[in-house]
Design a protein around this ligand. Structure first.
Ligand SMILES: O=C(O)C1=N[C@H](C(=O)O)C[C@H](O)C1
Length: 291
């Protein structure tokens, strides 16, 4: 079970590889996740946004959890499962599944599309927290259509079983306020503001880009923690051009393309309505790889 103290460092949200028919490509998943966890990452995140959670059904989620647990056997890397949807009852069912299968924590997103009130967001998290497994709350207003206010975030973080927050707001407001108030830990989920967010009190990051340069993100974090801020910044700045490309079109399409080109996964197939990246972005990423 994930504790507050374990919410720091680099959490890697992995992709869900699909074959040409659109089914989960388990051999690719096993090979690629195995390569990720050879690094001493601080957490593995399955079925997050990067894992295309909106199109993964609950039976497939069970398959992914079981496969991930087998890969993590004998390792102390916590396993976090994305269980949030825009429907509270379906979120509870998925969170119960993650709890039953022995996952370390569930990642629960602010319910998207419906644009609930702050009271609705709080009630949603209360239901998820009642399941009993540790919960990382996930604020991503750009995708959800609605975000947490500081007061809402504080209320949710005060709930039993809620152990931390993943902040994808791209603004320093939440993390600065929460860290000033001594709240539970916050992981930055906005890759391009990761370094600035560390300065505002983030405990680490849940970063899709860490699928690509996993060891470099770990090194940046370790250097930052050791007080080697300039060295960490210099290393981070080298990754910024890549991060810009990875988020030029909707995540995880660019990362899937890159991972497939690198042979980590067999195909960059996404499930509709997500589609593969444009020809022009392929060229830009290709030039980055060549350069
Ligand atoms: O899957 C995730 O976790 C992340 N999702 C964000 C997004 O796609 O909007 C990006 C972040 O790197 C991690």
């Amino acid at each position: 079970m994930l504790t507050e103290e374990q919410i720091y460092g680099i959490y890697v949200p992995v992709v869900t590889p699909f074959n040409a028919a659109g089914d989960i490509d388990l051999p690719s998943y096993q090979r690629y996740v195995n390569n990720i966890i050879k690094n001493k990452i601080h957490g593995l995140v399955v079925n997050g946004t990067t894992g295309e959670s909106p199109t993964v059904n609950i039976q497939e989620l069970q398959t992914l959890i079981t496969a991930s647990q087998e890969l993590l056997q004998g390792s102390d890397i916590p396993l976090v499962i994305g269980t949030g949807t825009n429907d509270t009852m379906s979120t509870v069912a998925r969170t119960e599944l993650a709890a039953r299968l022995g996952a370390d924590a569930a990642l629960v997103v602010v319910p998207y599309y419906s644009r609930p009130s702050q009271a609705g967001i709080i009630a949603h998290f209360r239901k998820a927290a009642e399941v009993g497994i540790p919960i990382i709350a996930y604020d991503i207003p750009g995708r959800a259509g609605v975000g947490m206010t500081v007061d809402t975030a504080r209320t949710i973080l005060e709930m039993d079983n809620v152990v931390g927050l993943k902040d994808c707001s791209g603004s320093p407001l939440l993390v600065s306020e929460l860290s000033r108030l001594g709240s539970k830990p916050v992981l930055c989920g906005d890759d391009l503001s990761f370094f600035d967010m560390l300065g505002c009190g983030a405990a680490g990051g849940m970063l899709a880009s860490a699928n690509v340069h996993t060891a470099k993100f770990l090194s940046i974090f370790e250097q930052y923690k050791a007080g080697k801020i300039e060295a960490a910044r210099a290393e981070y700045d080298l990754l910024v051009p890549l991060m810009k490309l990875l988020f030029k079109e909707s995540n995880p399409a660019p990362i899937k393309w890159l991972l497939s080109v690198q042979g980590e996964i067999a195909s960059d197939t996404l499930r509709l309505p997500m589609t593969s990246i444009s020809e022009s972005l392929r060229e830009e990423l290709g030039a980055y790889l060549a350069g």
